[in-house]
Design a protein around this ligand. Structure first.
Ligand SMILES: Cc1cc2nc3c(=O)[nH]c(=O)nc-3n(C[C@H](O)[C@H](O)[C@H](O)COP(=O)(O)OP(=O)(O)OC[C@H]3O[C@@H](n4cnc5c(N)ncnc54)[C@H](O)[C@@H]3O)c2cc1C
Ligand code: SF4
Length: 641
């Protein structure tokens, strides 16, 4: 089909393309059902890498040069001119070698593996839907068309006045917009991303990464290991690409805020009405087991045998029929992310939304915020003057915007206190069919170890993404891929005690995070527990994503893992819940903003997003952020009315 082929971006020279192809062919030889990698793999990967920005191709070019240098050092020939076994042996030495080489190899292979498995025939062979076509008409009411302006359509610089300017349309910003607009205040929402609707939610990984994620998902931390932390950038923010899991904040976390952080108001009773209101808008309910799929059955079976607490997750997708691509935009609008819930409600109540505008400055004078200045991609300027300004850019961008605007204030907390909920996923191989793909990707939970700080939740992804996480090379890699239908992927996150920092570098965020020994131990314990659950459910082998432990297939393997001294860099960590970089505190010594979300030193400036959450939350954060936003809006409205 024509639309499956992306136009190649010429980011590599012919020689570099040749080297890439020889690497791809070595890693992905033909197997029983699947074709081997070739020119087509490289063309697709090139298109993918080209969309990330200049940095990615340069980095991959350097890795290719280093592989060639290693080939010269060993065999006096470039990599492409080595025999197949020499090539495989060289790459295998990188895969199992030191941190820098194995990380570099993974960076090179991830787009190649993804590109190769981004293939309609392979999807068809394993029974996975390749492209989700829109069903039924998408109705856009007039009030919606009239109240959304694309930055690209601004013919000249523009200046407008309103009661409240809100930057960001994710969990924080969209909720504040709806609550204020419905109370009769004039609201202007500004969003850097585009308003993408379900007609474009094809479920295709690379396409959706480009349309819905910041930097094509290439957001990572620096520190003692590199953690992949994707965030959203479109109307709906990260809610558009999240898994739809809904947890209320645990009582013990609210107790910690009250007893240790001096945030005395945030009791469970106080928060309950705000949480109720959010859950009613989002239609939160337990996942329907018909659509949770076999991965849920497998986890339930294993937990049953071991006596662990387990249950379907609560989700904000009441009409979900398990299309399996929540993290690429829900193609049926079943998931009530803010792009289809709170933003339309805000617009219906009279708010105006500008999309494709980057807010580069919060305007301030005389100790108070007076609005924002944004630019469009074409260089037009949009100035919004407001009685109050709400910053809701998410945990990575909010501190950058405040610092760029010279609004650090007296608090030393801006950018600090970053928690992430480090997470990892395990791949389990069974002799039975699991068919993991066409079901809710994250529909089930093991809650037995939650008090210890480990929460097990699903995490299946489309076939091309799973392929990119399989660590092997050559036949060993293709053998795992051949068994995709019999594979279950499940993961967990931890309540981290490590803290990182967002630094502002030339208007961009640089994220540092050092994972402490406690958190490494917690991840190791989670891997052990989940492997045990998989074994109890009948798995024949588990790929734990741990350096030095490719496959666990027996109790003896688990014992070996338990006795190993793991470091952060031995684990394959990703994270989806950045929080805390503009934390709430009773005064400027303990936080950037107060309990009403107003900046301690800048009147009329509010921060209402994940960055305000003062501690690691121990649960998926969207519901907490939205409840806090509901409460913040109530107080702000009372002030402005
Ligand atoms: C893959 C994934 C899965 C997840 N799964 C879950 C889940 O199942 N359950 C759950 O509770 N949570 C989940 N989360 C986390 C949850 O979605 C986020 O915690 C939440 O959306 C954060 O809300 P926010 O308002 O802080 O930021 P966001 O929702 O990220 O919104 C910030 C918005 O601000 C915009 N913006 C940033 N800077 C500017 C600027 N300068 N100018 C204009 N606009 C700007 C961004 O483009 C973005 O749209 C997941 C996250 C990811 C990435
Ligand atoms: S699994 Fe459900 S919520 Fe997720 S994308 Fe599919 S229909 Fe939407």
């Amino acid at each position: 089909m024509l639309h499956e082929v992306r136009v190649p971006r010429q980011v590599f020279s012919a020689a570099e393309r040749g080297s890439l192809q020889s690497v791809a062919e070595t890693v992905m030889p033909p197997s029983r059902r699947f074709p081997g990698a070739g020119e087509r793999t490289v063309v697709r990967a090139e298109g993918y890498m080209g969309s990330i920005g200049k940095g990615a191709p340069s980095a991959l070019r350097a890795i290719l040069r280093a592989i060639d240098a290693a080939a010269y050092a060993r065999h006096l020939r470039p990599f492409a001119r080595l025999g197949p076994e020499q090539r495989l042996a060289l790459l295998e030495s990188w895969r199992t070698g030191g941190y820098v080489r194995r990380t570099a190899l993974r960076a090179l292979l991830t787009p190649l593996k993804m590109a190769h498995f981004d293939d309609a025939e392979i999807y068809r062979a394993i029974g996975c839907v390749y492209r989700h076509e829109p069903t039924g008409a998408v109705e856009t009411p007039r009030w919606m068309t009239e109240r959304v302006t694309r930055g690209a359509d601004l013919a000249a610089d523009e200046q407008i006045d309103c009661d409240v300017a809100i930057v960001g349309t994710g969990a924080g910003g969209a909720v504040v917009a709806r609550e204020l607009a419905e109370r009769g205040l004039s609201v202007v929402l500004l969003e850097e991303g585009n308003y993408v609707d379900r007609r474009e939610f094809s479920g295709r990984t690379a396409e959706m990464h480009a349309k819905l994620y910041r930097s094509m998902t290439a957001t990572t931390t620096v520190g003692n290991t590199s953690i992949y932390v994707p965030v959203g950038r479109s109307v709906g923010g990260s809610t558009t690409i999240n898994s739809g899991t809904c947890y209320r904040p645990p009582d013990r976390v609210l107790r910690h805020w009250r007893d240790d952080l001096g945030l005395t108001e945030f009791t469970p009773d106080h928060m309950a009405p705000y949480l109720d209101r959010v859950e009613a808008v989002l239609g939160v309910a337990p996942a329907d087991m018909r659509h949770v799929g076999k991965v849920g059955d497998v986890i339930a079976r294993g937990c049953q045998k071991l006596g662990y607490k387990h249950r379907p997750l609560r989700r904000n997708a009441p009409d979900c029929d398990g299309q399996g691509v929540c993290c690429f935009g829900c193609p049926t609008d079943a998931k009530r992310s803010t792009n289809v819930s709170y933003v339309p409600l805000a617009l219906r109540a009279g708010a105006h939304l500008y999309t494709g505008v980057h807010v580069e400055r919060v305007l301030a004078g005389g100790g108070r915020a007076t609005g924002v200045r944004a630019t469009t991609r074409a260089g037009r300027t949009l100035t919004v003057r407001a009685r109050a300004t709400v910053v809701a850019c998410g945990t990575f961008q909010t501190p950058v915007l405040l610092e760029q605007s010279g609004l650090e204030g007296r608090s030393s907390w801006l950018g600090r206190n970053l928690s992430l909920h480090p997470a990892t996923g395990l791949i389990a191989q069974f002799d039975e069919r699991i068919d993991p793909f066409n079901a809710i990707p994250q529909g089930y939970a093991i809650e037995e170890f939650h008090e210890e700080g480990i929460l097990f939740e699903g995490g299946t992804a489309p076939a091309d993404m799973i392929a990119s996480t399989v660590p092997f090379l050559g036949k060993q890699f293709m053998d795992v891929a051949e068994g995709f239908e019999n594979t279950a992927v499940f993961g967990f996150m931890i309540e981290d005690s490590s803290r990182g920092r967002v630094h502002c570098r030339n208007g961009k965020s640089l994220i540092s995070y050092v994972m402490n020994d406690n958190d490494v131990a917690l991840v190791k314990r989670g891997i052990e527990i989940l492997t045990r659950v998989f074994f109890a459910a009948g798995a024949k082998a588990v790929l734990p994503g741990v350096h030095g432990f490719d496959v666990l297939s027996s109790e003896a393997d688990l014992t070996r893992l338990r006795h190993a001294r793991l470091r952060a860099r031995d684990l394959w960590i990703s994270a989806y819940h950045p929080l805390g970089t503009c934390r709430m505190g009773a005064d400027s010594r303990s936080g950037v903003i107060g309990p009403d979300h107003q900046h301690h030193d800048v009147r009329d400036l509010y921060v209402v997003d994940g960055s305000a959450v003062p501690s690691s939350l121990a649960v998926n954060p969207q519901i907490t952020i939205m409840a806090l936003a509901t409460r913040a809006a109530e107080r702000l409205a009372a002030r402005l009315s």
